[in-house]
Write a protein that binds this ligand. Structure first.
Ligand code: G6P
Length: 585
């Protein structure tokens, strides 16, 4: 969601570097792009609605420039338009911003009284004008930014140029992530690591209320008392390839093909001859799993596993609900936050809510050093590597892998056979469902049905299909359809039915027959040897230990969503209106 890049350096490649960086952040989702760059001591601002290529067409990226800030905007305040896109510029200051300034109306009133004229509908322009307004009194950039950081409510990551100091870029953040990266004779600002990987893998993570003053070869970080501090330089361990498409036609396809490796990397991080890197979870009597989107669906799989095998009650909640709800904690509650990015605003707020109540927290997170990872008491990293496609696949698979490992740990069962799974996953990810995709891609509605853990997988399958193919897809417990939704079934309505739990097989088959009798076209996914006439297409997946079964079951659902979206010509990696990392409420 929104991308920030910034460059300052002696190599004068600001335009190229900033645009390159924005392109590598495209996956986060955006609807306009802009850049402010210095050329011959003159600040130029170019913005365009739509894709980065529209912006690029308006620029000569070989223009020499030692300083620039760039942005991809995902509209929050005001529609996507040239005027509303960033950078915003007011008098001495030009800024790009991720996040939401919640008290912008209050600030606007003050600015209007002080005769500021605003052009856009954005909270960002107000923030920019407000910084300028404070600067008129403070006359010192650091003091101004420090003051602004205490006045602005909400979330923000800013990259800032001030005309009074063209030797430095400035950066400031609260809640929204921002990194300052170190290069040779040049330094960078970015909202996410992939933006800088082409140039360096060394970076500093900015913490809330810290201010960065960045020169060609010096990075200074000030804390909230404006004391110069020493921050640890971190090194990104992944490769540049991990953030590149390589020979694949989309990141989503590449990431599906990485799933066998992701599985084994995650397993190897926690299992050896004994369990390792796992906090003592046996002291808790109840778990709350809190997450958003696919991570929430992973939590639902975790609930089935932990409740069924470890006999510990698990409450799974959507973070945007949990954060404002009355929650009944007890001293033996552990709150588990699941998040790929580790930056999802609602999930982060739930972590903070639990901490305020002195409840222990464990995060299952993919991005190392992200806010959720840093703020939780215990952390179990998923080993999915860089995930670029907005629709998560490998990170979701790594989340359910960690939840299966936690279940093994709680049941003290290390002797499960998971060794052959790597090969099985690889085989499943190489399967092709083009024919099935062709049969269902014209449908207005597609329903997913299953019972027990398969229902949790149906929810993820339906979300995957919706987000990238724009076909309405809904998941239902197989027994629930007849309480309303079955009225939507007509001739050839696709039903994707899943049954991998032998105990529930007969029941699910009865429900499939109910829809078949009403004309549905049934795609049946199962691990059982069943031959019958109640389905139109059969997807047979291998049977494995029930703790790991969902890892195999989810793969055809991901590939079907991919093939349907592809057959419809959709932008698979960057579906409309969506963002990879949702850092606003
Ligand atoms: C967005 C993404 C989803 C993701 C959800 C939670 O909606 O598009 O793929 O599941 O956020 O993100 P997180 O980073 O917390 O897992």
């Amino acid at each position: 969601m929104c991308g920030i890049t910034g460059y300052i350096g002696k190599n004068n490649t600001a335009l190229k570097t900033v645009i390159d960086g924005l392109e590598s952040l495209e996956y986060r989702g955006y609807d306009s792009a802009g850049i402010a760059y210095l050329h011959n001591n003159q600040l130029n601002i170019v913005k365009e609605k739509g894709k980065i290529v529209n912006l690029k067409n308006k620029l000569d990226i070989t223009t020499l420039s030692n300083m620039a800030i760039g942005h991809t905007r995902w509209a929050t305040h005001g529609k996507p338009s040239k005027t509303n896109s960033h950078p915003h510029s007011v008098n001495k200051f030009s800024i790009v911003h991720n996040g939401i300034i919640e008290n912008y109306l209050e600030l606007k009133e003050e600015l209007l009284k002080a005769n500021y004229k605003l052009k856009s509908e954005t909270d960002t322009e107000i923030a920019c004008a407000y910084i300028d307004y404070l600067y008129k009194n403070e006359k010192n950039i650091l003091k101004t930014l420090n003051k602004a950081s205490k006045i602005f409510k909400g979330s923000y990551a800013f990259a800032i140029i001030c005309l009074d100091d063209l030797n430095h870029l400035y950066a400031l953040k609260k809640t929204s992530p921002l990194i300052i990266a170190k290069g040779k004779n040049e330094n960078y600002i970015a909202s996410d690591v992939p933006a800088i990987l082409k140039y360096t893998n060394k970076y500093v993570l900015l913490d809330d209320y810290e201010i960065a003053k960045i020169g060609n070869d010096k990075i200074e970080i000030y804390d909230s008392n404006l004391k110069l501090i020493n921050k640890k330089l971190l090194k990104f361990e992944g490769s540049l390839e991990s953030s590149m498409k390589c020979e694949y036609e989309s990141f989503m396809l590449k990431e599906i093909h990485e799933e066998s490796k992701v599985f084994i990397d995650t397993i190897n991080n926690y299992l050896d001859t004994d369990f390792k890197n796992i906090p003592n979870l046996t002291k808790y009597k109840e778990f709350h799993i809190v997450a958003c989107g696919s991570a929430y669906h992973a939590g639902l799989v975790g609930k089935y596993l932990i409740e069924n095998y470890a006999n510990i009650p698990v409450n799974v909640e959507i973070a945007s609900e949990y954060r404002y709800k009355k929650i009944f904690y007890n001293k033996k509650t552990l709150v588990i936050l699941i998040s790929q990015s580790g930056e999802t605003a609602d999930t982060l707020a739930c972590l903070r809510k639990a901490k305020e109540e002195h409840i222990d927290t464990l995060s299952i997170v993919n991005v190392v050093g992200s806010s959720i990872a840093r703020e939780s008491k215990y952390i179990m990293y998923t080993k999915a590597g860089c995930e670029i496609a907005v629709a998560t696949t490998k990170a979701y698979l790594s989340q359910i892998t960690v939840l299966a490992i936690i279940t093994m740990y709680l049941t003290k069962n290390i002797n499960l056979n998971y060794k052959n799974l790597e090969k099985l996953i690889e085989k499943e990810t190489n399967k092709d469902y083009k024919e099935i995709a062709k049969k269902i891609n014209k449908s207005k509605n597609i329903f997913f049905i299953g019972r027990g853990i398969d229902y949790a997988l149906c929810m993820e399958g339906a979300l995957k299909l919706k987000e990238i193919s724009y076909i309405n897809a809904c998941a239902y417990p197989a027994g629930e359809l007849k309480h309303g939704t079955i009225s939507l079934i007509e001739k050839d309505t696709p039903i994707i039915a899943i049954s991998t739990d032998e105990k529930l097989l007969e029941k699910t088959i009865s429900n499939i027959k109910e829809v078949k009798a009403r004309g549905a076209k049934v795609i049946f996914i199962t691990n059982s040897d069943i031959k019958s006439d109640f389905y139109d297409y059969l997807i047979k997946i291998p049977k494995t230990n029930s703790l790991f079964q969902s890892i195999l079951t989810i793969i055809p659902l991901q590939i079907i969503a991919y093939e349907v979206a592809k057959s419809l010509g959709c932008d698979i990696d960057k579906p409309r209106n969506l963002a990879k990392s949702v850092t606003v409420e």
